[in-house]
Design a protein around this ligand. Sequence first.
Ligand SMILES: [Mg+2]
Length: 291
Amino acid sequence: MIDRVAARRSLDGLALGDCFGETWFFRPAGQVAWMTAERLVPQGPWRWTDDTAMALPLFDMVTRHGAVRPDDLARRFAETYAEDPHRNYGAGMHDVLRAIGAGEPWPEVTRRQFDGQGSWGNGAAMRVAPLGAGLADDLDLVVEQAALSAKVTHAHPEAVAGAVAVAVAAACSARATPADRLLAEVVAHTPDGEVADRLRRVAELGLAAEPGRVADEVGCGAMISAPDTVPYAVWCAARHLDDLTEALWTTVGPGGDLDTTCAIVGGIIAARTGLAGVPAQWLDACEPLPI
Ligand SMILES: [Mg+2]
């Protein structure tokens, strides 16, 4: 059974995180440190980026059909890109989405990225939280469908593992799993590899650890890979599972791929909280969703 309400809550949180995170790029480090310490947000408008652009067709498919249809999803991603390519897509995704849009089969396009290894970027993880929220009553289904959704653009197993981890975290959030159990559930469902190893590491460090220390150990998205992005973001979400605003402040602290780490955090937490408690100033600043 698909829970459309939870999926929509997660999508709204994902878009909020994407918009919020993006506003911190291209600012001097001193200004970011001062503004975050004072809890001052930049003036709007805050524009959403590729994270939200790709989450929208995936959300639509999952809430309509309860499942991912890979060929259709690849086509929808390519169409969404062609309609509005200026959403800060990752460098490799321009080639992937143009090739799929030109009619090349997605398994061939995705497999040839990075000299045949496939992309292990964080792009499959950044868009997937609403899928996890919507399918939350069946974690095995969440794992299966998240992997399917990842593979249409990212062939590398680490990118798939990153998407699975975020989807399971969003599902646990929607199921009201306690914060101290969430990381263990995510670890238990994530395929073995670097993403899973770093998730184990953040679980060992615990939710009381200092965010900068955690980011130093496992990364916070500066490499834009799934292993460098997902464990820190899932840890931030678990640390503040009932406080979306505070979670986003924690997420931006160490820097990194901020629109994406914040989109992941927003998608996980809002599956549970919705946008309740988010300041009106933030909501007013965000570019509205086209749905
Ligand atoms: Mg982005």
